[in-house]
Design a protein around this ligand. Structure first.
Ligand code: ADP
Ligand code: ADP
Length: 230
């Protein structure tokens, strides 16, 4: 069974168009998947569904073959396993220091102080921000903030990492760094999903593509198949 699966999922925002009009996708464990499509295709809506931030109107989402449940306890567990990195790191960074921000997730999960310290240390090492512990995150560059946000998610040790437009607000050098980081995350056995309107990036990075437009899936498959005219 795929790690994550959506089955004919629909969603409409209040007073909005059908953001998802029956979307079925399968995300294999350990894969690097890119959800590709123009603005408004429904990419973010789909990703928000995968960690329970939005609930399908109809259809079903399964994690390890089990339908998602939406009681608080199940949602907490889902969000620990499926980490979500927002497009804009400013919405995710909340604490006065890098260290406190990255600690937020594990503290919230009720981990003891020693385990929190270790998780923060490991996560900051992973994203290359050791030595930044006491710095105020709002003073960092866009690329650094992004890495703080990623560290905060990593500190909760999710098996799936979801990135909404990971490079959208970054300069080319920071984008390259972030995509390399996503490669490392995937080669460490994690499942990594990104949404992007950048076909070039998807082609180079992903091993599996979901092509979306107007709330529907147009095609699914390996990049060389989906972008055969590349
Ligand atoms: P993408 O991530 O591919 O740009 P979204 O999932 O953000 O697409 O949006 C899908 C559709 O839902 C678009 O038509 C968008 O305008 C609409 N939409 C997204 N968020 C909201 C919202 N909070 N309220 C109303 N409509 C929304
Ligand atoms: P709930 O138990 O209602 O699911 P949580 O306690 O898990 O809520 O999280 C509360 C909010 O804080 C959520 O919107 C979540 O996305 C956000 N959040 C969780 N971890 C972090 C973090 N490390 N940094 C910033 N925001 C976070």
């Amino acid at each position: 069974t795929p790690l994550l699966e959506t089955d004919n999922v629909t969603y409409t925002y209040p007073n909005g168009p059908a953001a998802l009009a029956g979307v079925s996708v399968r995300i294999e464990a350990g894969s690097k998947t890119a959800i590709v499509g123009p603005n408004g295709a429904g990419k973010s809506t789909l990703l928000l569904m995968l960690n329970g931030m939005l609930r399908p109107e109809s259809g079903e989402i399964r994690f390890s073959g089990r339908p998602l449940a939406y009681d608080n306890r199940s949602l907490r567990e889902l969000r620990r396993r499926v980490g979500f990195v927002f497009q804009n790191p400013d919405v995710q960074i909340i604490a006065p220091t890098v260290e406190a921000d990255v600690a937020f997730g594990p503290v919230n999960l009720g981990h003891p102080p020693d385990a929190v310290r270790q998780a923060v240390h490991d996560a900051l090492g992973y994203v290359g921000l050791r030595g930044y512990e006491k710095r105020p995150p709002h003073r960092l560059s866009g690329g650094e903030k992004k890495r703080v946000a990623i560290a905060g998610i990593l500190a909760m040790e999710p098996s799936v990492l979801v990135f909404d437009e990971p490079t959208n607000t970054l300069d080319p050098a920071s984008s390259e760094e972030v995509m390399e980081l996503l490669d490392e995350l995937a080669s460490g056995g994690r499942t990594v999903l990104v949404s992007t309107h950048d076909v070039e990036l998807a082609y180079r990075w992903a091993d599996s593509i979901v092509l979306m437009e107007q709330g529907s899936v147009l095609a699914r498959g390996p990049p060389e198949e989906i972008f055969s005219d590349h």
